[in-house]
Design a protein around this ligand. Sequence first.
Ligand SMILES: Cc1cc2nc3c(=O)[nH]c(=O)nc-3n(C[C@H](O)[C@H](O)[C@H](O)COP(=O)(O)OP(=O)(O)OC[C@H]3O[C@@H](n4cnc5c(N)ncnc54)[C@H](O)[C@@H]3O)c2cc1C
Length: 306
Amino acid sequence: MPLNIPDTARKRVVVIGAGFAGLKLVRALRKSDLQIVLIDRNNFHQFQPLFYQVATAGLEPSAISFPLRKIFQKQNNLHIRLTDVVHINADEKLVQTTLGDVHYDYLVVATGANTNFFGMKPIADASLPMKTVGEALNLRNSILKNYEAALTSDDPTEIESLLNTVIVGGGPTGVELAGALAEMRTYVLPKDYPELNFRKMKIYLVEASATLLSSMSASSSSKAAAFLEKLGVNILTGIQVTGYENDKVLLHNGEHLKAHTLIWAAGIKGEAPEGLAGVYTGRGNRILVDMYNRIKGLDSVLRSGT
Ligand SMILES: Cc1cc2nc3c(=O)[nH]c(=O)nc-3n(C[C@H](O)[C@H](O)[C@H](O)COP(=O)(O)OP(=O)(O)OC[C@H]3O[C@@H](n4cnc5c(N)ncnc54)[C@H](O)[C@@H]3O)c2cc1C
């Protein structure tokens, strides 16, 4: 089944992914003599740095989602297709999607990253990741649903568990989210739910390494920790989360935290379509590239983005 891309004498470049990388590249090629095919499973670009605002009800999803057809209204050498890439056949220079196939002269894989649960199924099943607008919205709905349930519970232990949130991963996402939730607890929730005692709500930020923001400078790390502590976030460093059962977040030291909301911000893995995954990827499913960002072993396929 074809994707109905017109045949022309122009060289065709297929770009998979309309994140920052794909978007910027397609824009930069607007005056080129190439035929460009941009494929994404969504017909909008998602501004990921503000997911936490959607998750904490500070912004609506429409404020951080930008329709691709509007962005590229004036770009004549572009064909946008809304579909999922399921396989790349590099020998035949063919991209296979759920809607049909398309041949390329050059392929750019700008598929970004996805959540890595490191094989821990109970955590994958119970926790809420935040890698798409949909997941951020799901997180918001889930937290609010727990507060609604707390209103009608008469069990104090259960109420605390319904109010509590455990965030796993003290990188930028976890730190941002913990801060936003703490501000929400102080300024918003007591007004929206005057019948609930939010002084009992605990926000835990659990990080396996010794510091928050371990990939940043020591000063950023300590300032972030001091700021979050001032906001009343419970920071647990050097602690690994090993599982989740019966509303308990299990820790490697045998202890547990009781919380209905478990947010996983502790790892990412490369989003490599079939045909590349396992063959042209390394640690964490990251696609391996040379110094020109060409996928190692494939001349006409480039990696763009994370
Ligand atoms: C919560 C959060 C906060 C962040 N905050 C910051 C920040 O403050 N500053 C900063 O610099 N960075 C931040 N980042 C990181 C930044 O958003 C990413 O580095 C950036 O989005 C990567 O861009 P990309 O184009 O490589 O991939 P993405 O933006 O992930 O785009 C990939 C695109 O490919 C599409 N796609 C993937 N697979 C397929 C497939 N098989 N078929 C079809 N389409 C597919 C996806 O739908 C998506 O549109 C944050 C990330 C998150 C999750």
